[in-house]
Design a protein around this ligand. Structure first.
Ligand SMILES: *Cc1c(COP(=O)(O)O)cnc(C)c1O
Length: 438
């Protein structure tokens, strides 16, 4: 008699989850704020955006904020702002979304990928240091799936080698690393604020910095109507036209939603934190899985727990593939997806594709092979079979969370039922983006 739902046993999740997974949470005040923008005919202005920038920067204790049309744009501004140009290298972890780094290709720069730490899934400081060359100008630090990177190790290495630190905070809004907010450690940081992220306000992004020159460079790249604010002398004569040929203005409807989101986000983070911690407490001692979050009692927090992950150890489950494990969870009624972002160094954009008809691969610069010289990134290469996405609880409904946890316990403890017809993980699992829908 099989117990698991995938083998026609009884399904573990019976109750309706209600809005426990619903995101984003849109309240009346947000609706009113958008209507206000529409009614005043002020869709393309910048006054509401400037208020949002001020409040978002203040929240991080930073002096300058620049609202952008997307997180991709904000990080483009950050990379250009940090002074990256022709022939420069930036080091970026391979396990992240492409918009952590691909913008550098249009600036004449090159991405060198570093491996990740198997616990934090953020850049491995030792591997990062190993890849520094005289051409390296910056490192991109991604706080991956809400977990802050090891800033105590990363910052001294970057300072020692005189590198700019660019934080990609698109997964970790509001997360704290030892008493300080992520996004406030580096020289500049970029955030996606699109609707799937923890701080969700539509399609938008923001760049933060305490360095007025970085801010001014960002402004000149793609914010042509705001050049009156430039104070960097060397940029002033070029004011009026965006140097990048880009228009990166944030939409005022998103800015208006953002001002409201700032008010309710701390309470949302607290509820998510309570729900996710409760969930993981219920799974303590289950073989083969453990949470991707800092150890209990550390003063590192997960912010909004964007796309929460479980570490999966097939060796503790008789060698069962994470793909089969997740199929069994789905059958029990638990949304679960194997893998995470695909390793970027495996994508041909970064090895063979000649984007601008330059007669060589875009990411090759003048090196003959056209490839990153050292492609030894074992953790990034192997991570897809050792990770899966767990439900992201936005509400603390203990009864529902208990049911989900019980379903996961059931699958783990009955994994031998799945071993016989485990097809293994498919070639090339993971995705170029984390969305459940694509
Ligand atoms: C979503 C995301 C971005 C880009 O944000 P958009 O707002 O979608 O342009 C950048 N970096 C990471 C790590 C992301 O997940």
């Amino acid at each position: 008699m099989s117990k698991l739902a995938i083998n026609d046993g009884e399904k573990a999740v019976k109750s309706c989850p209600g809005d426990i997974l619903t995101w984003p949470i849109v309240n009346k005040a947000m609706e009113e704020a958008v209507l206000e923008v529409l009614r005043t005919g002020n869709m393309s202005g910048t006054d509401i955006t400037r208020r949002f920038e001020r409040e978002f920067a203040d929240w991080h204790g930073m002096t300058c904020g620049l609202g952008c049309s997307s997180g991709t744009a904000a990080l483009h501004c950050a990379i250009y702002g940090a002074g990256i140009g022709e022939g420069d290298e930036i080091i970026c972890p391979s396990i992240t979304y492409w918009a952590s780094c691909a913008q550098v290709l249009s600036l004449g720069g090159k991405v060198v990928f570093a491996d990740i730490d198997p616990e934090t899934l953020c850049i491995d400081p030792d591997d990062m240091e190993r890849r520094i060359t005289p051409r390296t100008k910056a490192v991109v630090v991604v706080h991956y799936c809400a977990r802050p990177a090891d800033m105590d190790r990363i910052m001294p290495i970057a300072r020692k080698h005189n590198l700019k630190v660019i934080e990609d905070v698109s997964h970790a809004h509001g997360a704290m690393y030892k008493g300080k907010m992520v996004g406030a450690f580096g020289d500049v940081s970029g955030f996606s604020l699109m609707s799937g992220k923890s701080f969700a306000i539509g399609e938008a992004g923001i760049m933060l910095t305490n360095d007025k020159e970085i801010y001014d460079r960002a402004l000149i790249l793609g914010h042509h109507r705001r050049h009156a604010a430039l104070t960097t002398e060397s940029l002033k004569e070029g004011a009026g036209i965006p140097w990048g040929g880009y228009k990166y203005r944030m939409h005022q409807m998103s800015s208006a939603v953002g001002l409201e989101q700032l008010k309710k986000y701390p309470a949302e983070m607290a509820e998510i934190d309570k729900a996710m911690n409760y969930f993981w407490d219920l799974l303590e001692g289950v073989p083969g899985i453990k949470p991707h979050c800092p150890p209990k009692g550390s003063n590192i927090t997960m912010g909004g727990w964007y796309n929460p992950l479980a570490h999966y150890n097939p060796e503790s489950l008789g060698g069962l593939s994470v793909t089969r494990f997740c199929e069994a969870l789905e059958a029990e009624g638990v949304p679960a997806r194997p893998g995470c972002n695909k390793a970027l160094h495996q994508h041909p954009l970064f090895s063979t594709i000649d984007v601008y008809n330059q007669g060589r691969p875009i990411n090759a610069m003048k090196t003959p092979s056209g490839r990153q010289e050292d492609m030894n990134l074992p953790v990034s290469d192997g991570i897809q079979s050792r990770i899966f996405t767990v439900p992201w609880f936005k509400r603390y409904y203990p009864d529902v969370i208990e049911e989900y946890a019980a379903a996961i316990r059931k699958v783990a403890w009955n994994c031998e039922e799945l071993l016989a017809d485990d097809p293994g993980n498919p070639e090339g699992s993971g995705g170029w983006c984390l969305s459940f829908k694509s």
